[in-house]
Design a protein around this ligand. Structure first.
Ligand SMILES: *[C@@H]1O[C@H](CO)[C@@H](O)[C@H](O)[C@H]1NC(C)=O
Ligand SMILES: *[C@@H]1O[C@H](CO)[C@@H](O)[C@H](O)[C@H]1NC(C)=O
Ligand SMILES: *[C@@H]1O[C@H](CO)[C@@H](O)[C@H](O)[C@H]1NC(C)=O
Ligand SMILES: *[C@@H]1O[C@H](CO)[C@@H](O)[C@H](O)[C@H]1NC(C)=O
Ligand SMILES: *[C@@H]1O[C@H](CO)[C@@H](O)[C@H](O)[C@H]1NC(C)=O
Ligand SMILES: *[C@@H]1O[C@H](CO)[C@@H](O)[C@H](O)[C@H]1NC(C)=O
Length: 859
């Protein structure tokens, strides 16, 4: 499935958002079909890039063999639980794998008829190669050492007030001796569009911060490229930067003008996400001369390692895997991935090449954080599948900006956009664009000019000091922000007092009754009225007030209005709330048979709506922020680095915890109630074009809930699992046999007879088809310093009787307790029903896991 970076404009038309449901759902089906037919399908004569997986362990799973004395457990980097891939033995093994790849190519193909792009050795034993035709791919596929051959795939990209919203200054940061220390020693790997290293958010030389010292565990490097990533671009904060472009170059989609053959960000997205995770603390956000407050990353003291794998128009899996391979090798603590994945030919999303690579990365102790996708609010739109990754959905924070046009008759029209207001307390005449044209343009198409894209036909004398009203129709593409910028320029050149853009529902393409757009800043008072009914109403107020002669010429302008300042944040939204664009579960165990997995996705939600973050000098992603050093954008892309930052904080506090312990800590402490102590709401699919209905968020909307950083630092109990547990999980999936799992992971299924995916020791229980009774086992380990007594409370899903044994227990630090949960179907309800188990300890820990059960049959 392709994850679209969320566009500046999304349309609510009752069917879905552009770039979300309609397009992405279509694409996902297309991709599945493509994947299935990729090998058998039409013969590809043109050169193409293929990913080739080879039999045998990658470095991350290699346990040593005679002659090659590398054993990962014996080679942990000092003071960490991560293997040291820079050892001589590791080098030797990686070299051995590279040699194998070359050997396979030489044996299968005529020399000189191919071009190897990458060898992957850490998270996959695989390579990518550019071939001249499909027959070569067939030849490779039949080589005995080759596991699979697939076409390379294009993936898409999917301020900050959020540290306050997450209560970091009073919660988690003090636990780590303050913001200036929060994230110390942690390295966050960003697989994204690169970074603008000159941005003040990534400076390492603030007067009041202590200098960064050398990190022994860090094995990565900084790629210096003259012109745009010169020596000195890396510093104590940005400690690594590499770019991976062989895949996109082989596909001829690399444009040197803006993609930059260096780690430099030519887009803006990577600079933004990096600053959310680990931008310096207290950086003023000044945009178009206005100070919107200060920005801080979640882990302001953490280091950033940049792996540029995505370019302005997307990126290739071959490059993404190269970045992941390198990041795992370099020893980052957590990676943040805000981009999409694609289904594999097997139809088992958890066995996608990408997901398997992520499994191997996680097996080294690395925590992987991945965007859920922006294809909500419809069910089963997840972009992230594996139980080994933290899949992050997006929520709204409590901050809102309001933009109002108020008429002399006290009608209040709600708009979007950041700008100063008209001069108070004056009322300004409104003038509609069609009435503002020079006399001699009369014969021309006045409607065409009413979009205010060109100043030439306008009569500056009549517009001056009035509020100009222009039409807006979104035809296609992401150019809305550019259209707005043009209109602002036109209005400015005419000396208008302000600009109102009216959403004109049009029959030209699709009637868009409501266009929803993230606010962008404007240099003059500007409002976009997104609701077409409201826009029509305002226009009719203008028309009834304006006096005309018999020829229709205006005799007197009498409709007056004012606009107020829309740049000040208000904190009154009931938050958090799951945003409509955030992708929803459940996920499929098998997309071909549409069998739903016994797995909760997403894992949790974090702020992802209207997020301020650093912006690259060359960022042209959103026209309203071109040339600015900060931008406000939305998406699960923005939620993901928040969680990467939180992981850095938890890991700093608990450096020896396993990846799954950290994963569990974030989930069991997540909140299912909002700031007003109400059940968190999720924006739901809408039947009406102008409203966004809310409903209680289910675990398929928000996973365990909204991250609570303070609580995640001290979860009490954790649910852990290791590589073999994940292998056993894969072995239970429908349509997957032991050989497939062995081929993919190099490991053997050793699960008990009758094991099910629901047995994986996750901090959630999901049963997609409960027939009669099922017993589910969970192992809880104490990570508290003191012995604690826990008692469980059960909120049973409708139609299910739930029994937990034991109901109470004492547990000492490090000890594990096994708990059996018996689910008994008492009634079919026709869909998933939800509940929770909550363990409350007598030392204050609260450990909550969601239950999601669909009763298939009452026996
Ligand atoms: C690269 O981008 C520039 C600027 O947008 C454009 O003029 C040029 O045609 C592009 N080159 C290619 C090969 O697409
Ligand atoms: C512009 O409007 C003014 C005021 O109505 C009028 O006097 C003038 O002739 C107009 N100019 C043109 C070029 O139409
Ligand atoms: C434009 O129209 C206005 C109002 O009808 C009139 O006063 C003005 O003379 C016209 N200007 C020109 C240049 O025709
Ligand atoms: C703008 O006007 C609206 C409606 O009168 C009001 O609710 C809001 O507080 C005003 N905002 C500012 C920043 O003045
Ligand atoms: C929130 O609601 C729960 C359950 O209704 C209640 O027990 C708790 O006291 C409430 N907390 C606050 C802070 O209002
Ligand atoms: C987060 O957790 C802390 C510590 O357990 C608790 O005091 C606080 O109320 C929680 N906050 C939210 C918003 O749930």
């Amino acid at each position: 499935m392709v994850l679209q970076k969320r566009q500046a404009v999304r349309m609510k038309n009752g069917i879905g958002f552009r770039g979300s449901m309609g397009l992405v759902m279509f694409l996902s089906q297309y991709c599945i079909a493509m994947a299935v037919t990729a090998m058998a399908g039409p013969r590809i004569a043109a050169p193409a890039v293929y990913m080739v997986r080879v039999r045998g362990h990658p470095l991350s799973a290699y346990r040593g063999s005679p002659g090659l004395h590398y054993a990962s457990t014996a080679h942990h980097a000092p003071g960490t639980n991560r293997p040291d891939f820079s050892s001589e033995a590791a080098h030797a093994y990686a070299e051995h794998l590279r040699g194998r790849h070359d050997m396979v190519l030489e044996e299968a193909l005529e020399s000189g008829s191919f071009q190897k792009l990458y060898s992957y050795t850490t998270v996959l034993n695989a390579f990518t190669v550019k071939l001249t035709d499909h027959d070569q791919a067939k030849l490779l596929e039949s080589h005995p050492r080759v596991l699979s051959v697939e076409r390379d795939q294009l993936l898409k990209k999917t301020t900050t007030h959020t540290p306050q919203f997450l209560n970091l200054p009073k919660g988690a940061w003090p636990l780590l001796s303050g913001a200036e220390n929060a994230g110390e020693g942690m390295v966050i790997g960003m697989l994204d569009t690169g970074i603008d290293p000159t941005h003040v958010s990534f400076g390492d030389r603030k007067l009041w911060t202590k200098p960064y010292s050398h990190l022994n565990k860090w094995k990565g490097g900084c790629e210096v490229v003259e012109d745009n990533f010169p020596a000195g671009s890396c510093n104590g904060k940005v400690i690594g930067a590499k770019y991976f472009s062989r895949g996109i170059m082989a596909a001829d989609l690399f444009n040197e003008t803006y993609d930059f053959a260096s780690p430099f960000d030519g887009d803006g997205h990577g600079t933004h996400t990096s600053s959310i995770a680990a931008g310096s603390q207290g950086v003023p956000v000044v945009v178009k001369g206005y100070n919107y407050g200060t920005a801080s990353g979640v882990a302001p003291r953490a280091r950033i390692a940049v792996y540029k794998v995505i370019y302005r128009d997307g990126g290739f899996l071959s490059d993404v895997l190269a970045g992941l391979d390198q990041a795992t090798h370099d020893g980052v603590d957590v990676v943040s991935i805000s981009l999409g994945s694609i289904n594999s030919a097997t139809g088992v999303p958890c066995l996608n090449t990408f997901d398997v690579a992520l499994l191997f990365a996680v097996s080294t102790g690395l925590v992987v954080v991945h965007a859920a996708g922006n294809s909500g609010p419809y069910p089963s739109t997840m972009n992230s599948y594996g139980p080994w990754v933290i899949s992050v959905g997006a929520s709204l924070s409590d901050r809102a900006y309001e933009n109002h046009v108020i008429t002399r008759t006290n009608q209040d029209y709600v708009g979007t956009g950041f700008s100063a207001g008209t001069r108070q307390p004056f009322w300004y005449h409104l003038i509609y664009a069609e009435d503002a044209l020079n006399n001699d343009t009369e014969g021309l198409d006045a409607e065409f000019y009413s979009y205010c894209q060109n100043p030439a036909p306008f009569n500056a004398t009549v517009v001056k000091n009035k509020i100009l009203m222009c039409n807006f129709v979104e035809y296609s593409g992401g150019s809305a922000a550019a259209e707005f910028e043009n209109a602002v320029k036109v209005a400015t050149s005419l000396n208008a007092a302000g600009l109102i853009m009216l959403n004109k529902a049009s029959l030209l393409s699709m009637k868009l009754q409501r266009v929803s757009m993230d606010p962008v800043p404007y240099s003059i008072p500007t409002a976009f009225i997104p609701d077409s009914d409201a826009a029509a109403d305002l226009l009719s107020f203008y028309n009834t007030r304006t006096k005309r002669d018999d020829d229709g010429n205006i005799v007197q302008f009498r409709a007056r209005a004012k606009m107020n300042d829309s740049r000040q944040a208000l904190f009154k939204v009931e938050a958090p709330r799951v945003t409509s664009f955030s992708s929803r579960g459940p996920v499929f165990a098998n997309t071909i048979t549409s069998v739903v997995a016994d797995l909760m996705k997403p894992d949790l939600v974090a702020p992802g709506n209207e997020i301020w973050g650093a912006w690259a000098q060359n960022g042209i992603d959103v026209a309203g922020f071109v040339g600015e050093s900060f931008a406000m954008i939305s998406g699960t892309s923005m939620a993901t680095p928040h969680i990467a930052g939180v992981v850095a904080l938890v890991k700093q506090k608990h450096p020896t915890w396993s990846a799954s312990a950290i994963h569990s800590a974030l989930q069991t402490t997540a909140s299912n109630v909002d700031r007003w102590n109400n059940t968190i709401q999720a924006e739901q699919p809408s039947a009406s074009p102008t409203t966004t209905p809310l409903g209680p968020a289910s675990p398929f909307d928000m996973g365990s809930g909204a991250v609570n950083v303070t609580a995640a630092m001290n979860p009490g109990l954790v649910f852990e699992r290791d590589f073999q547990d994940y292998v056993n999980f894969l072995c239970t999936l429908p349509g997957v046999d032991a050989n497939t799992v062995q081929d993919s992971t190099g490991a053997t299924c050793d699960q008990r007879v009758g094991a099910r995916a629901s047995d994986l020791n996750t901090p959630s229980i999901t049963v997609a088809n409960l027939v009669g009774t099922r017993e589910v086992k969970r192992t809880l380990r104490s990570v508290s310093e003191q012995t604690e007594h826990y008692a469980v409370a059960v909120a049973a899903p409708a139609g299910v009787d739930v029994a937990v044994h034991p109901t109470a227990f004492m547990v000492a630090d490090g000890e594990a307790v096994v708990v059996y949960v018996t689910l008994h179907a008492s009634q079919t309800t026709g869909g998933f029903a939800f509940g929770a188990l909550v363990w409350t300890g007598d030392r204050g820990h609260v450990v909550r896991i969601p239950l999601s059960v669909l009763v298939g049959e009452v026996v």
